[in-house]
Design a protein around this ligand. Sequence first.
Ligand SMILES: [Fe+2]
Ligand SMILES: [Fe+2]
Length: 195
Amino acid sequence: MSIYTIERGRAEKRAAVAAWLHGLDLVQPETRERLITAWTTAWTSSTHAAIEDFPYSPMAPDFRLAQHVNEVTRTGLALAQRAEAEWGEKVDPEIFVPILILHDVDKPLLYVRQGGKVEYTPLYRELPHGVAGAMLVRELGFPDPVVATVATHASNAPFHGSTLEAYLLHYADFFATDRALMRAGTEPFYQKHWR
Ligand SMILES: [Fe+2]
Ligand SMILES: [Fe+2]
């Protein structure tokens, strides 16, 4: 089983990734290129023909990962602004923007589309969501806090990181996730504790 192969990709593919991702203008040019390589790698190593085909979750089969990633980036940036205004706590954009953009970079490798449904790939049964993403992010040279936060961000991870960036990602991710679940008729995470 090959998990992924790092792939810079052809110019058209990189241009499609760059046109899709929100927030690339907020990081250094070298970081921007590595963000594009990360998603080009996930795309090229997956079964999906187009970015718009990346599934988000079997719990919301019609929702697009492409939309989720940008919702989380925009929401995370808004939360970071509030954290600074309310509490004087600042994120490092070179850490936080890659965390937002790459938190779900392994999802194209974890799901396939089969007839209107989203199914799990064999990799999903071998590595928890976040782990292959963290490996990829590490291999591309992103800083350790990005690696650790991608590795532990999932709802079923044994614990979540204690940094400001990990905390802000969590709320941005679940804010966006719960809306997608509600629209799909699936119970959102925020209501689970009511039972
Ligand atoms: Fe995730
Ligand atoms: Fe997510």
